[in-house]
Design a protein around this ligand. Structure first.
Ligand SMILES: [Zn+2]
Ligand SMILES: [Zn+2]
Length: 361
């Protein structure tokens, strides 16, 4: 297979905090451990609007100009000298985190909490946040941060692997009780995928907690929906479970008050996984004694280490459906409309996908 790799490409560039433009920029050559990919689909992440807005300027990204984007799929077009597992033509899905590979956490496979976060000289990258990302026609990625996907999987589905990975990692950190009940707070994209994956992992019953149109949309992913504007969600989950509480609760909203609700809606010995990213300033009052006396296990969950291959198999086998979560697609040149559609949740937008090289035939 031969590919014609141009020297220039179109990319979404943030020239300074709060500004974005589609520009023509050089295509980077892959380093020894890197692959150059033609980006076929990029999903807008809940964190992207903040990065584009410049609300985290100096951290995400550390400097300008910058190309954001990290939930993507595409095809390999060139590989570095030390890349042996990938070749031009491979279909791949990307993941945002690339650990240094040397620190204690990386050696234990926990590279999304790499001790060398933000130090590129150690080999660490966080694509789309501190390292150039995927809203571009081409993208250079470390070979550790891409996973092969079969021909049967669409590029659009591939762009959701990073998102679904957050959900799967969060559930795996606490485990899912076979035949048990999982309560999921926050029916956004990660919440919906958490519901579907809880089923894949053996939960008999999934309860979605949310409100309005997003809760309505959760009916495809959960067995029971609870509207927190109408009823107390803790009471509702306790009632549904005969007073016992859910086996596991997943907090996927990052909103005020929901952490405590998650803790109070699980059974004695229950587990809580926190996937939603709250604002820095949010501090939660907690039922300290209740947590101690009931041995409630609580875990934070960051990103998606070591789950992409598992997810690709779940999607390829038909056990995990994701395609219906993509409600809108746009070419890269229409990024402004795509972003606005996502942020304002226009026409029931759930996942909005940008295609820098056109739609897959
Ligand atoms: Zn993301
Ligand atoms: Zn590391």
């Amino acid at each position: 297979m031969s590919f014609n790799i141009p020297t220039q490409m179109r990319a979404l560039v943030l020239p300074e905090p709060g500004k974005f433009e589609i520009q023509t920029v050089p295509v980077r050559e892959p380093g020894d451990e890197e692959v150059l990919c033609k980006v076929r689909a990029v999903a807008i992440c809940g964190s992207d609007p903040e990065v584009v807005r410049g609300g985290l300027a100096g951290i995400w990204p550390p400097s300008y100009p910058f190309i954001p984007g990290h939930e993507w799929s595409g095809e390999v077009v060139a590989v570095g000298k030390k890349v042996i597992d990938f070749k031009p033509g491979d279909r791949v899905a990307g993941q945002a985190h690339c650990g240094c590979g040397k620190c204690r956490n990386c050696l234990e496979g926990r590279y999304s909490i790499c001790e060398n976060y933000g130090k590129p000289e150690t080999g660490h990258s966080h694509y789309g946040f501190i390292t150039a990302g995927a809203y571009a026609q081409y993208e250079v990625y470390n070979q550790k941060s891409v996973n092969k996907m079969p021909d049967s999987m669409s590029f659009r589905e591939g762009a959701l692997i990073d998102t679904a990975g957050v959900a799967l990692h969060g559930l795996l950190l606490v485990g899912v009780t076979p035949g048990g009940t999982v309560a999921v707070i926050g029916p956004g994209p990660i919440g919906l995928l958490t519901m579907r994956l809880a089923h894949c992992l053996g939960a008999a019953r999934v309860i979605a907690i949310g409100r309005r149109s997003r809760l309505e949309a959760a009916k495809n992913s959960a067995d029971i929906v609870v509207d927190f504007e109408k009823v107390d969600p803790v009471k509702a989950v306790r009632e549904i479970t005969g007073g016992v509480g859910a086996d596991e609760a997943a907090e996927c909203s990052g909103a005020a008050g929901t952490f405590r609700q998650a803790v109070e809606m699980v059974r004695k010995g229950g587990k809580v996984t926190l996937l939603g990213v709250p604002p820095e300033s949010l501090l939660e009052p907690m039922p300290f004694k209740y947590i101690v006396h009931n041995e409630i296990l609580i875990s934070g969950a960051r990103a998606n280490p070591n789950v992409s291959d598992k997810l690709i198999q779940l999607v390829a086998s038909g056990r995990l459906k994701m395609a219906d979560l993509i409600t809108h697609t746009y070419p890269l040149e229409d990024f402004a409309t795509a972003l606005d559609t996502f942020v304002s949740r226009r026409d029931g937008a759930v996942k909005v996908v940008v295609e820098p090289n056109g739609a897959e035939k």
